[in-house]
Ligand binder design. Structure first.
Ligand code: NAD
Length: 435
């Protein structure tokens, strides 16, 4: 039963009764990959029991005074999956589809992602079930501050450090940072990453996830004997991750022929001017009305005959219903969980090289880590240094996973889970169980 029924008007139900089919349950999807990797690793059953469970799941009611004068009560979650390797780390998502299962899956993916690129954080995630696209800036600020205060006991630079995710941005992170700082009585930049640079944010953070996707794609193409120069690319999602991935890939020589967002998609065989499309989205909020190319549905975008497909919107877009029609040679998962566990097998059988989400989009958390390091040292790095270290981290992560995948004859996804689970398991073995 949801608590965020509107008092007066705009909407009455935020998918209160939405229960995804099992294939599309994100926690089940995450657990299916874990089971497979744990079996390959012959992981100790006791340690595995620890890794499968989130450490903490918090659900909060968030009353917000809306501009109409009425009070609306939203539901929010913050889940810390594992802190064995360091503070919980993970974004905050504002979306009508947010559920505890989804946030728990995203928190676990953060644990594995940090471990794949060897960043000393654990995994966490937060979400509020709301529709930010119909909320005013004032309503969003009040929602953010009340949510932050509701989960504040678990937050802190040494315990749990949020960041942006779907429908949240550096503006929202500034409110989180300010609310936390007001509570503790002094300014604490390191409590959140993805902040505005003026508040201690890192140069290069906004672009980091998309840049990381470009680096992982380039490495994958080299491995397959192909080149990024001239490679054709389709990108689903044109927000922070998708638009930057498209720009970075285009600057690196690829031809982005398809892009799309929640309003639809477009195709141009000659290549889309992604800088112009990104400028359009900055002005208008979405790609709607940007008519340079043939319009497509999102379903058509995903099955374009391209070298590289970058799903960079939401979960469950490649499922058993369409996986057999995916024609890309490489799928670079910019989004978290875009492919269901069942669809993995179809892509694998068809010889499609999948760069799994926990590796492909790890550039964001890598530079979040750099931001946290800079905040704690009180010393800002140049953008060139950030990008150079991001490049090193992504290339090392990609090569570690590829090597394991070849040695053990498993997919890149299973190898990524094996690598990260073995790193987290090693920490638990060394630390023991506090009784
Ligand atoms: P965002 O809110 O900036 O952008 C989301 C994009 O997806 C928008 O263009 C939106 O229109 C589009 N979209 C939404 N619903 C859609 C639909 N049904 N069909 C097609 N397009 C749709 O979010 P973001 O930060 O770019 O995050 C995108 C994905 O990347 C999420 O899975 C997120 O968890 C993941 N991710 C983000 C970061 C980060 O640093 N922001 C890091 C790692 C992973």
């Amino acid at each position: 039963m949801t608590t965020n029924t509107l008092v007066r008007g705009r909407r009455t139900d935020l998918r209160a009764t939405y229960s995804p089919p099992q294939e599309e349950n994100p926690f089940a999807a995450m657990a299916a990959r874990l089971d497979r990797a744990a079996a390959e690793l012959e992981l100790d059953a006791d340690i595995y029991r620890i890794l499968r469970q989130p450490e903490r799941q918090l659900t909060v009611a968030i009353p917000v005074r809306m501009d109409s004068g009425a009070i609306e009560v939203f539901t929010g979650h913050r889940v810390v999956h594992n802190t064995g390797r360091g503070p919980g780390k993970g974004g905050i998502r504002f979306d009508p589809r947010v559920s505890l299962d989804e946030v728990s899956a995203l928190a676990a993916w953060m644990t594995w992602k940090c471990a794949v690129v060897d960043v000393p954080f654990g995994g966490a995630k937060g979400g509020v079930m709301c529709d930010p696209l119909v909320m005013s800036p004032g309503e969003l600020e009040r929602l953010t501050r009340r949510y932050t205060s509701a989960i504040i006991d678990g937050l802190g630079p040494d315990s749990d450090v949020p960041a942006p995710d779907v429908n949240t941005n550096e503006r929202v992170m500034a409110w989180v940072m300010d609310t936390y700082s007001m509570h503790v009585g002094h300014t604490v930049p390191a409590v959140v990453t993805g902040k505005p640079v003026a508040l201690g944010g890192s140069l290069g953070r906004r672009e980091a996830t998309g840049r990381g996707c470009m680096i992982a794609t380039r490495e994958a193409l080299v491995h397959l004997g192909m080149s990024l120069t001239g490679a054709t690319v389709a990108v689903q999602g044109f927000g922070n991750v998708g638009s930057v991935a498209a720009q970075q890939l285009s600057r690196a020589g690829a031809r982005v022929v398809g892009i799309g967002d929640r309003t639809g998609a477009l195709y141009d065989a000659r290549g889309i001017d992604v800088d112009e499309a990104a400028a359009w989205v900055r002005r208008h909020g979405t790609l709607e009305g940007y008519a340079k190319g043939t319009s497509l549905t999102n379903a058509e975008l995903l099955t374009l005959d391209v070298d590289v497909l970058v799903p960079a919107a939401l979960e469950n877009v490649i499922t058993t219903k369409n996986a057999a029609r995916v024609r890309a040679k490489v799928v670079c998962e910019g989004a978290n969980g875009p492919t269901t566990a069942e669809a993995d097998e179809i892509l694998e059988e068809n010889g499609i090289f999948v760069i799994p989400d926990i590796l492909a989009n790890a550039g964001g958390v890598t530079v979040s880590y750099f931001e946290w390091v800079q905040n704690r040292a009180g010393y800002a790095w140049t953008e060139a240094l950030v990008n150079e270290r991001l490049e090193d981290t992504m290339v090392r992560g990609f090569r570690d996973v590829l090597e394991l995948s070849r040695n053990r004859q498993v997919s890149m996804r299973t190898a990524a889970y094996m690598l990260s689970m073995s790193r987290v398991a090693a920490v638990h073995e060394l630390r023991g169980v506090y009784a």
